[in-house]
Design a protein around this ligand. Structure first.
Ligand code: SF4
Length: 139
């Protein structure tokens, strides 16, 4: 809810007596249109670990901020090297499960149903894969 002219916390609550709570939004903060995807959260946590950030409370604070602040989400995803696009396809070359050219999760009947030792022929081609996992070595 936005108020014009601006309202303080008490004034905002007074206008909505049935509201259980109100939380002020910082002027530059925009609520994201989508939930923070597990893949995005993993990418941010992986990047935080890669820079030596192991303080659990700090990690929780960053993730919470990314859930509720579009700008913060874009910033941290950018630092994590995570491409923010409408295109949800990824390449095998971006996947942490591709090791030495081998898809290590490939199993007959598995998430990637292929022979053990499967080598994707075109690792640079965009695709949707149930086995995709962000590459933890990116920074
Ligand atoms: S899990 Fe999917 S995206 Fe990742 S390497 Fe295997 S086939 Fe490629």
């Amino acid at each position: 809810m936005a108020f014009t002219p601006a309202a303080n916390h008490a004034e905002a609550l007074a206008g909505y007596p049935s509201a259980l709570a109100a939380e002020p939004i910082e002027p530059d903060r925009r609520q994201p249109d989508t939930l923070l995807a597990a893949e995005e959260e993993t990418a941010i946590q992986t990047w935080l670990a890669s820079i030596g950030e192991n303080d659990t409370s700090m990690i929780v604070e960053v993730i919470e901020r990314c859930r509720h602040d579009d700008g913060a989400r874009a910033y941290y995803l950018g630092r994590a090297g995570y491409a923010v696009t409408d295109d949800d396809r990824r390449c095998c070359s971006q996947c942490g499960n591709l090791r030495s050219g081998v898809c290590v999760v490939a199993r007959p009947g598995g998430r990637v149903s292929a022979i053990v030792g499967y080598r994707p022929a075109s690792p640079g081609v965009l695709q949707r894969c149930a086995g995709f996992a962000p590459n933890v070595s990116r920074d």
